[in-house]
Design a protein around this ligand. Structure first.
Ligand code: XMP
Length: 606
């Protein structure tokens, strides 16, 4: 092997590729390996990292993977499930319980090269059900954690054996919310494994162009170009690889776009010199027809994804370019959350991963130049390729657009287990001086790497931001079936919530489009737009007390790679403007701010 490299064993945790990316950012090649790969496949590496896992439990039955890796004289570091496996293999004990998600404080015991350059207490990110409760004779505890909710200490959050060169972290150092996680990974890769850096973005671009040229092999590519940063950067990488003459771009107005979006997108492609390659079609009728009467999020996602393919194929026939390959600006989180690696749980089916597209991928008809990259890397690549800053820095906007921000309901309350849930929710909220209502519909979230389709809670009352966040993380951690909390911005404190019958209609989409436009304007006016990574505005078919109107939820988040996110505090003057402008929209009767981190909430509600 030409580069010093690290093997990342993909147990299907959402974070396996993120680990590889973090290692690559150190300039060290990282490759994903499957747990059942033969031991010989691991020999060339200077280190092995075991990822977390959504499905395997380290507790109970023996997990099935190539355990001969433990016989290799190569350092091994495990995260979450990987940590538990290492503990177990060397005589430690793992128990079902001690679950944590969200932030925790790691208290480091003594000095260790893994924590060189760090403080004695470090903020880390947790997402697990099982816990290590004892270690084998050659191991010691390197750190334990305490949680902001004041629950008892969690022992063995970091363990290690320097004789064996085996280490484990219960937390996820690969996510940005583990503040100094990159330093811990760097200490392992550079110090303990002794890797020398040799990977770069320029090298990636060169390799990708070369790979695309071989894949495309004289054919042409037809790329779905939404105008977001991903498809725009993908268009430029493809242009570099196949040349402008063999690249066609299709911009579809699916009726689920933001206000005036298509007009801006066409102007932007013209600025990038791609106007001649670009075709535009208004297919909003097709999308509305496909979504008619649907309420279930995955059914809506499939309908949107399938309609993209239908319109794409129709346009290809019309333009007489049916033999073209399909190009997509898919980035890594789109594939991983769809269950795109062997073992990842399906959290959401992204529009570019519906079954028809999976079939086209299997038939070798799809090219995705960015499929290995995360948003920050796509932005970096975009800058290198000359994409203007205002495009590179745009808030991400999902392919299914407002379609996944327009919740639907048949009007039947969904109150599963509410007899047990409601008193728990009220009691916990009261500890923080707040009132709470569990809401009788669901939104998508992610807990311990698994899809969680659960209920939100509406919190009412005045409290400092930190208290609100504590209340939200305590509620989602302690109450089963709750994955999200929103803070009531008015009017008043409601005492009952009921779903209203509502589906995807042009009228509701126009209402959401207007609300989204107002939110974006208010964020810009108050100078906070650029500090926020993304801010979905969601129309939720819930009415409170005697009102008939629906609810608007605003979800500003900070994130870097969309795998984790934290809610953003908005200044009181901004909230006052939002109340004034949103609550006067006809059909809207309530406004709330989403205060959930990811996990356990996802950024989008569906
Ligand atoms: P979640 O909601 O899973 O979103 O936390 C993570 C990021 O992905 C975006 N997103 C999508 N992007 N097609 C896309 O291109 C999709 O189907 C899709 N669904 C979610 C979301 O906006 C966020 O940035």
């Amino acid at each position: 092997m030409e580069h010093d490299a690290i093997a990342v064993v993909d147990f299907g945790g959402q974070y396996a590729h993120l680990i590889a990316t973090k290692v690559r950012r150190l300039g060290v090649l990282a490759e994903i390996r499957q747990p059942e790969d033969p031991v010989a496949a691991f020999r060339p590496y200077r280190g092995i990292i075991l990822s977390g896992s959504p499905s395997l439990s380290a507790f109970g039955e023996d997990s099935d993977y190539t355990k001969e890796i433990y016989d290799l004289d190569i350092p091994i570091l495990g995260f979450c499930f990987g940590h538990q496996e290492i503990a177990k293999h060397y005589g430690g004990a793992v128990e079902h319980g001690g679950r944590e998600w969200g932030p925790a404080d790691l208290h480091i015991q003594g000095e260790h090269p893994l924590f060189r350059g760090l403080g004695s207490s470090e903020r880390v990110w947790m997402s697990h059900y099982d816990s290590v409760v004892g270690v084998g004779p050659q191991f010691r505890e390197l750190g334990f954690t305490t949680s902001p909710d004041g629950s008892p200490d969690h022992r063995y959050a970091a363990i290690g054996s320097d004789t064996l060169r085996r280490y484990g972290f219960q937390y996820h150092p690969e996510v940005d919310d583990t503040v100094n996680g990159h330093a811990m990974i760097a200490n392992f890769v550079l110090e303990i494994c002794g890797c020398r850096p040799s990977w770069s973005m320029d090298a990636f671009l060169e390799q990708e162009v070369d790979k695309l040229q071989r894949r495309v092999d004289g054919r042409s590519v037809f790329l779905l170009a939404s105008g977001g940063v991903d498809s725009t950067v993908a268009a430029l990488v493809l242009k570099k690889a196949v040349g402008p003459d063999r690249l066609r771009l299709l911009h579809i107005d699916n009726g689920l776009m933001r206000k005036d979006e298509s007009r801006h997108v066409l102007a932007m492609f013209a600025r990038l010199g791609l106007a001649d390659s670009l075709h535009f079609v208004d297919a909003s009728d097709d999308f509305l027809a496909a979504l008619d009467g649907l309420t279930e999020p995955e059914a809506k996602r499939r309908a949107i994804g399938n309609t993209f393919v239908k319109v794409f194929e129709r346009e290809a026939r019309r333009l007489d370019i049916e033999g073209h390959l399909l190009g997509q600006g898919t980035i890594y989180p789109d594939t991983i959350e769809t269950g795109g690696t062997k073992r990842a749980d399906t959290i959401k089916t992204h529009h570019n991963r519906v079954p028809v597209i999976e079939e086209m991928i299997a038939a070798g008809r799809v090219v995705e130049p960015l499929a290995e990259l995360y948003k920050v890397e796509v932005r970096e690549l975009g800058r290198r390729l000359g994409v203007p800053d205002d495009v590179v820095e745009r808030h991400p906007f999902p392919g299914p657009g407002l379609g996944v921000r327009l919740l639907c309901s048949d009007g039947v309350p969904d109150r599963e287990n509410f007899e047990a849930v409601e008193p728990m929710v009220a009691a916990i909220a009261a500890q923080f001086g707040l009132e709470a209502l569990a809401l009788p519909l669901r939104s998508v979230g992610v807990k311990a790497d698994l899809r969680a389709y659960e209920h939100p809670v509406l919190l009412s009352g005045d409290a400092p931001w930190a208290t609100l966040l504590d209340a939200a993380s305590t509620l989602t951690a302690r109450v089963p079936g709750i994955n999200r909390c929103v803070w009531n911005l008015g009017p008043g404190t409601p005492s009952a919530a009921r779903p209203v019958r509502a589906h995807v209609t042009r009228q509701r989409l126009d209402l959401l489009r207007e609300a989204d436009h107002i939110v974006m304007e208010v964020l810009r006016r108050h100078g906070v737009h650029d500090d926020i990574w993304q801010c979905p505005t969601v129309l939720v078919p819930l009415a409170f007390d005697d009102d008939d109107g629906e609810t608007i939820v605003v979800r500003p988040v900070r994130s870097r790679r969309a795998m984790t996110a934290t809610p953003v505090e908005l200044p009181p003057a901004l909230l006052a403007d939002l109340r004034r402008d949103i609550l006067t929209l006809p059909g809207v009767a309530r406004l709330a701010l989403d205060i959930t981190s990811k996990p356990p909430g996802t950024i989008e509600w569906e």
